[in-house]
Write a protein that binds this ligand. Structure first.
Ligand SMILES: Nc1nc2c(ncn2[C@@H]2O[C@H](COP(=O)(O)OP(=O)(O)OP(=O)(O)O)[C@@H](O)[C@H]2O)c(=O)[nH]1
Ligand SMILES: [Mg+2]
Length: 285
């Protein structure tokens, strides 16, 4: 029974992954995405819900409700990611240390993770409906050297951070730690973990740091188009065990994404809009 369900689910997974780069780009708009067959739409919009049934034994459902907004909520959220004259989305400024931080008051969302985990690519995917916003990505780890602030109208700011680990900037600790710990309008930290390799030592150190700051953070599992289902499930089970036993400030639901295939991007846009109070959810069941 388990294998049958697994097989059934594997099919849309591989099919959605098989879309070309060009047609994948069309999926960045929810109206286009919902034209796919229903099974594919589910995988694209709610990737965690699709794997959750295989993780049942490790998920403690008593503590929280899965973030599972309706498609209508996602449509509302998507509007915030489209630039207009009255709602300008743009790169705002960069900072190398606390003294350089922009004096913005609106809620901020900070993205951290190991070099090359896909932070900039994820932000680029979030802004894909406003392609004039330039977010630089690179195959070479250690590409992003400063904290880059992207202003989303008056609603919120998204902050792309340098990566930790391999080729991290020399002043990484002086730059990022005080920001994460002290920035008043930082509403959420998103800690990115590579779905293909799972939690690494450097990720556990970052997790410990987030715990120490006692500010709410959320784990995002990246590059899920790259990994087989078995690898992904193993890494997710390990992650959930760590979250359950070693964290108190971490949101229990990981967000699964592929920035190239747009898996989980619509859900994440909606979550960001929800966290920043930019939309009212119609349905959270
Ligand atoms: N297959 C796949 N590759 C991805 C995905 N996201 C990012 N990548 C690739 O991973 C590499 C690193 O991406 P970046 O977004 O620059 O990573 P980063 O975390 O910003 O890296 P630093 O700025 O160096 O810390 C690039 O070659 C991306 O194309 C994804 O969802 N799927
Ligand atoms: Mg980067």
């Amino acid at each position: 029974m388990f294998c049958l369900r697994l097989k059934r689910w594997l099919q849309p997974w591989s099919q959605v992954c098989a879309v070309s780069r060009q047609s994948a780009h069309r999926l960045s708009s929810i109206l286009q995405a919902t034209k796919l067959p229903p099974q594919k739409v589910q995988s694209l919009l709610y990737p965690f819900s699709k794997v959750e049934e295989f993780l049942d034994r490790s998920v403690d459902r008593t503590q929280f409700q899965l973030f599972h907004p309706s498609v209508e909520d996602m449509v509302q959220a998507e509007k915030l990611f489209i630039s207009s004259r009255s709602h300008k989305i743009d790169y705002y400024s960069s900072a190398e240390r606390m003294g350089h931080l922009p004096a913005l008051q609106q809620p901020e969302m900070g993205f951290i993770g190991r070099s090359n985990v896909g932070k900039s690519s994820l932000i680029k995917a979030l802004f894909s409906l406003t392609p004039e916003v330039e977010v630089r990505v690179s195959k070479t780890p250690g590409h992003t050297k400063k904290m880059n602030f992207f202003k989303v109208g008056k609603a919120f700011t998204i902050v792309d951070m340098p990566g930790y680990g391999y080729r991290a900037p020399k002043d990484f600790v002086d730059m990022v730690e005080p920001y994460l710990c002290q920035r008043k309008n930082l509403v959420r930290t998103f800690l990115l973990v590579d779905g293909n390799v799972g939690l690494q030592k450097a990720d556990l150190i970052a997790l410990e740091m987030c715990e120490e700051f006692r500010r709410p953070y959320v784990i995002i599992v990246t590059k899920i188009d790259k990994c087989g289902l078995g690898v992904l499930l193993t890494n997710l089970m390990n992650l959930q065990e760590v979250v359950k036993t070693q964290t108190t400030s971490c949101f229990p639901q990981p967000f699964l994404v592929s920035s190239l295939q747009f898996w989980g991007i619509h859900l994440l846009r909606c979550f960001i809009c929800h966290l920043t109070g930019s939309i009212m959810l119609t349905n959270t069941s």
